[in-house]
Write a new protein. Sequence first.
Length: 317
Amino acid sequence: MTIVPDTEITSIEAALSSSPEWGGCHITARSLSGGQAHKNYLVEDGQRRCVVKLWNNYWETVGVLPAAQVVLENTKIAADIGVGAPVITVSTEPLALALDFVAGGHPQLNADEDSIARLVPALHRLHHSGRRFLNDINPFDQAKQRMAAAGKHGIELPPGATAVQALMDRIETALALNPAQFVPCHLDIWDANIIKQTSSMTYNIIDWDLAGNSDPCYEVGFVAAQNGFGQEKAHALFQAYFGNEDPVKIARARLFMAVAHWSNSGLWITALGNARPNDDADYAGELRTSWEGLITEITSPDFPELIKTAATPAALV
């Protein structure tokens, strides 16, 4: 964390001014690492701590993130469900969000032996809540939008992108998503977006920028892809989440790992056009990781069989 300049302190104070508890307080702030989209700060007044997020509108203008008001409302819903940090206040000028500080540390989802056992209950609490976010997310449409945004800004797609899109079209037909079965999903779960609470050791999920209603198999496939799970750990996650060895659901989740890598590739390609990146952002490195993960998945020897196993009967006709 680094000390922030007075100009940014002024913006943080303005964001907190609508809060009865924080408005007018003398504060200090430090920037938080890990935020790929917006500026995040740990704010203190000598006795209390909170987190303030100042918006970067670039991501909304290129279609990477939903409209700010959707993100803000989804964050409130996640807090109501009990999987996200409580919201202190929302500011429209500057556009910002203030959240309770959750004491704890970030886990290493790929390395920690207890990560699946702690993550699955949080996913179940979110997915089985019966709530709805303000937006639906079809990951295939989302990837197309991201690739189109990159092209609009003159950002070149990686070699082979056309062939991958054709494969994604085939997978989309096989999976035949049904929005009526969508559940609220986070869709950006990785180490920096999880707080392992100091007191309870439970997982609290933060940063709901990319959240929306989607297929739960996509959520768990995304988790496995985003965190670099090998096939053994991915299978353990899927089995724990579904509670059984359902071959269709597990095949769908495996396919969604490839879809997640493809959609993330579109995100990082578009991110290369961001003129105001955070200091610790490495969009080129993130793109390389996502693209390599995509190639690993689609060239896996069992990938064609996964498509057949996961396909709905109508898709096989």
